[in-house]
Unconditional design. Structure first.
Length: 273
């Protein structure tokens, strides 16, 4: 197993559904018309069902079920729906087995939902513009782990990987040891393979701490790193991970108390599910 093998897996993946490509074209042209966005989603019955299932999870605490795509877009906004669309569609490209990371597929899905919820509820109060740019990415930050897990399942190293996940300080350290790469770099390859936005690709290339981040990306990368620290495979929104993330928030000059309040509120909802 290794980096070359993962590259081959990326290249062999099927293209995303036509509906997703049309949605990406809408966003590439600017802020999409809501009716056009809804129309494209509704023309894909599977995507419609996926979106309605995702927006009705208990974490969002709506008193009544959301029953239409228009209702979902109105309540969540087009950028969050874009993230849900990409997340749902990417999920259709894989047979997911996250056992090498010691978690169930449901927990893996929950982590994606928590990361996006924290991004939305925290960073909308910091910068609406930046939040809209990073929201779709926040749904997809852990996607590369699916390919790493697949490599491990087909190898003889699952047990060793699980042990190292527990022993090493960071997940990225373990991934690098076994595959020569990381989730973020695999995400960049995936996003490029699927012709996602250049911004999405660059954010993933700079997510790890191995090279300086250009000024044009620094705020976005810092926000996503903070969210990933608070919600990760080893510590999915625990008291300790929230404290670590809040320290990072303080270090970049943002309000750590507001961040902690938001994170704790989402944590409580998640525990109550």
């Amino acid at each position: 197993m290794g980096f070359e093998s993962i590259i081959n897996r990326v290249k062999s993946l099927p293209p995303l559904p036509h509906s997703v490509l049309k949605i990406e074209q809408l966003f590439a042209a600017g802020e999409p018309n809501i009716k056009d966005l809804v129309s494209v989603i509704e023309d894909d019955p599977i995507l419609t069902a996926d979106i309605l299932a995702k927006v009705n999870v208990p974490l969002y605490s709506f008193s009544k079920n959301i029953v239409s795509v228009m209702q979902a877009v109105t309540l969540f906004g087009s950028h969050k729906i874009r993230g849900l669309v990409l997340s749902a569609s990417v999920g259709r490209c894989f047979n997911i087995d996250m056992s090498p990371y010691g978690i169930s597929n449901k927990v893996f899905s929950d982590i994606s939902t928590l990361q996006s919820a924290l991004t939305f509820q925290w960073y909308m109060g910091v910068s609406v513009g930046i939040c809209n740019l990073i929201l779709p990415v926040s749904f997809l930050m852990e996607t590369g782990k699916v390919l790493i897990a697949k490599e491990l399942v087909e190898s003889a190293y699952v047990e060793q990987f699980c042990q190292m996940i527990d022993e090493n300080e960071t997940i990225e350290e373990t991934e690098e040891l076994f595959t020569g790469t990381s989730t973020s770099w695999i995400n960049a390859l995936l996003f490029d393979n699927w012709n996602f936005s250049e911004t999405f690709i660059m954010l993933m290339e700079y997510m790890d701490d191995d090279k300086p981040v250009p000024d044009s990306y620094i705020d976005m990368v810092q926000a996503l790193r903070i969210v990933r620290t608070a919600v990760n495979i080893k510590e999915p929104l625990t008291d300790e991970s929230i404290k670590k993330a809040a320290k990072m928030v303080d270090e970049i000059g943002l309000d750590a108390r507001k961040f902690m309040h938001t994170a704790k509120r989402i944590q409580l909802k998640y525990i109550e599910e």
